[in-house]
Design a protein around this ligand. Structure first.
Ligand code: F6R
Length: 606
């Protein structure tokens, strides 16, 4: 999604801005641009498509200036082209913006009335002219405070001024924004990835705050324009994770990293000596929690659904789940004895953050399951359970999904033990199985050639279905999501038992259908559902786990067997072939696997 970078330095900044924009490419975007200030003039270059186009289409050596802002845009208002690309500039002011200005139509009408001329179809251009208008009657700081109050919606902003040679203003409401500190230069960035190559010293802006960044000093203000002090944080360095190494794509690398992801998570949360689970500093007493609400979007929502099955299996807690964009606008019945869990890889997803914010405002117990521990969702939750996956760069979530469900499984097991709802022998057994899980994932990853061959059938079909029951149902949804987002073919995840209630009408001769039927409690029922689709001509890819017992069904098109473990942990193993299926089908089509069309890694608009 959109990304911002700003640099105020003692030397020319255009190269560093381009390099930082490249770090933001993983977020998904459709145009890019830079503006620098040199000799009292704002110079701007913008292009549709990749940051590379800026380098190819313009001679950036001529874009001098020791201060500048850059942007990658994911279109919301107005098509992706060079006119709508950011920065947007008037003669005096240039702005980059992440987020959406909800009252832009009203503000535009007002500004047109004042004689301002608009070039683009974006909501952002309104901000440029509003600042320009407010500067006519107010000093800089007052004009900024006034402008920010006039804007409705969400924003992270970077602003430079023709007449102020060394200043970048940053402002945040809803969309994340960070300031970085370097030698004789300071930075503005929409996330720490963009700044990490330049500094590990960061300050995050909170909602309503803005800052004045000069090369040798940074000042922060609250929404009333009053100066405030803020902490400088030091980020950990995990630079090697930003390289693809020998892999063709980040996604391939991240799939293969999953045994390590699980090992790290297990090491963090398991006390191997005592065969127990450690969740340190849990801020509530166990009897204060009577129910659980899990909230997320996309893949993270599928993790929530997976967790619901485990919590219900292992505890007697009431468990509900919701999609963040629905939860935030519903008339919720907030309950003090509910633990609200927010699941998010990035920790910056706008809808998930808004749902968290709503719970915080109602004084609920909030817990974040996140990958990025410096993220807004992590910072604003009462308690954080990190998934310890390292940076996930591919837009399609893979290792973060396994990381999320690992942490949620560990939490459900721990709560079950603390609530004395699991026999100690079973608890110990499940912990032992968990320790063996990374090895089993590694084995399952070696099933590869079969999946490569199978992928073509999914590409050639009009659409496909992914079926599962019980613990396998969330994985069916996740498998279908991965296939549609990467190879742009229609794929539907469904509970296998629901087929007769409508979707069976879609089945026709040769339609590929993935059936997840591990040998768990649901096995026989799922196999019956599978026979119903086989009978109607579907090409069934059965994914099950290894077993001595024969499969009692004929006419299965293809079969993949994953390793065997206890029923709780089979979802981890079933996920692997589905990730690979999506990967290979996009690879065969030659699609941009790490940056699928129209999608963004960090969805910072609602
Ligand atoms: C799909 C995918 C998305 C994200 C969703 C939430 O592969 O990655 O569906 O899961 O946008 O993102 P986070 O987890 O960052 O909140």
């Amino acid at each position: 999604m959109c990304g911002i970078i700003g640099i105020s330095s003692h030397k020319s900044v255009s190269n560093s801005i381009i390099n930082s924009l490249k770090k933001l490419e993983y977020r998904g975007y459709d145009s890019a641009g830079i503006a620098t200030l040199a000799d009292g003039l704002i110079n701007e270059v913008k292009s549709k498509g990749r940051v590379e186009n800026l380098e190819n289409n313009f001679d950036l050596k001529n874009l001098s200036g020791n201060i500048g802002i850059g942007h990658v845009r994911w279109a919301t208002h107005g098509v992706p082209n060079s006119v709508n690309a950011h920065p947007h500039s008037s003669e005096n002011v240039s702005v980059v913006h992440n987020g959406i200005i909800e009252n832009s139509t009203i503000l535009k009408k007002y500004l047109l009335g004042k004689g301002h001329k608009f070039k683009s179809q974006t909501d952002t251009e309104v901000i440029v002219h509003l600042i320009t208008e407010n500067l006519k009657s107010s000093e800089l700081q007052e004009a900024i405070t006034k402008t920010l109050k006039q804007l409705h919606g969400s924003f992270a902003l970077g602003i430079i001024f023709k007449d102020i040679p060394d200043l970048i203003i940053g402002a945040r409401r809803g969309s994340p924004l960070a300031v970085g500190y370097g030698p004789n230069e300071n930075y503005l960035g929409s996330d720490s990835y963009a700044l990490k190559s330049m500094t590990n010293k960061i300050t995050y802006l909170e909602d309503g705050e803005f800052c004045f960044i000069k090369k040798d000093e940074v000042n922060f203000f609250n929404e009333e324009g009053i100066k405030i002090n803020k902490k400088v944080l030091e980020l950990s360095s995990d630079q090697q994770n930003y390289d693809k190494g020998d892999f063709k794509h980040f996604m391939a690398k991240e799939i293969e990293e999953q045994p390590q992801t699980l090992k790290t998570g297990i090491k963090e949360y398991l006390d191997s000596m005592n065969n127990d689970i450690n969740i340190y500093n849990f801020p509530w007493k166990i009897n204060e929690i009577k129910s659980i609400m899990l909230i997320g979007c996309g893949t993270a929502y599928h993790s929530c659904l997976m967790a619901k099955y485990w919590f219900e299996e292992l505890t007697t807690l009431d468990v509900n789940i919701d999609i963040a964009s629905e939860f935030r606008y519903r008339k919720n019945r907030f309950k003090n004895d509910t633990l609200y869990i927010f699941v998010s890889q990035s920790g910056e997803t706008a809808d998930t953050y808004a749902a968290l914010d709503l719970c915080n405002k109602n004084n609920m117990k909030t817990c974040a399951v996140v990958n990025v521990i410096e993220s807004s969702i992590a910072r604003d939750s009462n308690f954080v359970l990190p998934i310890h996956c390292g940076p996930e760069i591919g837009v399609a979530s893979t290792k973060a999904f396994l990381g999320q469900i690992l942490v949620l499984y560990i939490l459900s097991l721990k709560l079950s033990s603390l609530r004395e709802e699991i026999k100690n022998k079973d608890y110990q057994e499940k912990i032992k199985d968990l320790k063996n899980l990374p090895g089993l994932i590694e084995e399952t990853l070696s099933v590869d050639n079969d999946i490569q061959a199978i992928a073509s059938t999914f590409n050639e079909a009009k659409g496909s279905m992914f079926l599962g029951r019980g613990f396998s149902f969330p994985i069916a949804l996740e498998g279908a999501l991965k296939l549609k987002e990467l190879s742009y073919v229609h794929a539907e995840g469904y509970p296998a038992g629901e087929m007769k209630h409508g979707p069976l009408a879609l089945i026709e001769e040769g339609m590929p259908v993935v059936v997840l039927a591990p040998r768990d409690n649901y096995y026989k029922k799922t196999i019956s559902n599978m026979q119903e689709v086989v009978a109607r001509g579907a090409k069934v890819l059965l994914i099950t786990n290894k077993s001595k017992d024969e499969i009692v069904s004929e006419n299965i098109w293809e079969k993949i067997e994953v390793e065997t473990t206890n029923d709780d942990l089979l979802p981890f193993l079933l996920t692997i072939p589905l990730q690979k299926l999506a990967y290979y089908s996009a690879l065969k089509k030659g699609y941009d696997i790490d940056k699928p069309r129209n999608l963004a890694k960090s969805v910072t608009v609602e």
